[in-house]
Design a protein around this ligand. Structure first.
Ligand code: F6R
Length: 245
């Protein structure tokens, strides 16, 4: 595993963008696995700036996103499709048909999971999977206790995740209780994984994921078993890990 510790969030975002940039330059038709949440916002901003400077071309890139809330329409301002459009896709030359996000409004959620697995299989393998991590160690929406062998599936969100995400909704009651997520098996099939972390509230999870046992209780701990992981984090998120190593 390669580890980069940066001074702050902005430096973390630039470093993560460097790694994604290298992927796009070296393989213009790469498949990128993408994440939402507050962590990658600066990374996408950086990539958009590089695209606008003429340094990047996404015309042949395909993307598959990790997850989507159940029940939210693509144009709902908290849906992950909306997030991707307004933080990234609307500002670069990626083709709409090459961008994939699970459909949280599907009437048959199981069938949607199968369809999404097929989309990933057709496009894949994912060359570079960008991940953030929850305070409880979740990756995608694979919550503590979910089994490692799953592909895309429906999850009940953990109370701590609902609470953490309530900041984006008018009230905690509006936070969806379920999501569709790539499973750990899908995530682990990526050729390379880039985990980005920022902030003191992630420090314990980073420590547990990379110094503790590999266990479904800390979903990100499975990354210890992946052959090509890059961990990029700011000092606040990384200090417990750095102390230990
Ligand atoms: C988002 C996702 C989640 C987030 C995680 C961290 O697509 O899959 O696992 O990466 O909840 O969220 P932030 O970055 O908001 O702290």
């Amino acid at each position: 595993m390669r580890i980069y510790v940066t001074q702050d969030y902005n430096a973390m975002s630039r470093k993560a963008a460097d790694i994604l940039t290298a992927q796009v330059v070296l393989k213009p038709d790469a498949v990128l696995g993408l994440a939402t949440g507050s962590t990658p916002v600066g990374t996408y901003k950086e990539l958009v700036a590089r695209y606008q400077d003429g340094d990047l071309d996404f015309a042949q890139i395909q993307s598959v996103n990790l997850d989507e809330y159940v029940g939210l329409a693509p144009y709902h301002d908290q849906s992950y499709r909306y997030f991707m459009q307004t933080n990234f896709f609307d500002f670069i030359n990626i083709h709409a048909e090459n961008t994939h996000v699970p459909n949280g409004q599907a009437t048959d959620l199981r069938a949607e999971c199968q369809r999404y697995n097929e989309v990933i299989r057709q496009a894949g393998p994912v060359d570079l999977q960008l991940l953030g991590m929850g305070r409880n160690g979740h990756i995608g929406f694979n919550e503590p206790g979910d089994c490692f062998q799953l592909e895309t599936h429906v999850v009940d969100l953990a109370p701590s995740t609902i609470e953490a995400n309530a900041r984006f909704f008018a009230s905690p009651d509006e936070v969806p209780r379920q999501a569709l997520t790539m499973g750990i098996k899908t995530i682990m099939s990526a050729r390379r994984i880039l985990l980005a972390v920022s902030g003191e509230d992630k420090a314990q999870a980073v420590h547990d994921a990379f110094t503790g046992p590999v266990t479904p209780q800390v979903p990100a701990s499975i990354l210890q078993l992946h052959p090509d992981v890059i961990l990029v984090g700011d000092e606040a998120a990384m200090h417990l890990l750095v102390q230990e190593t």
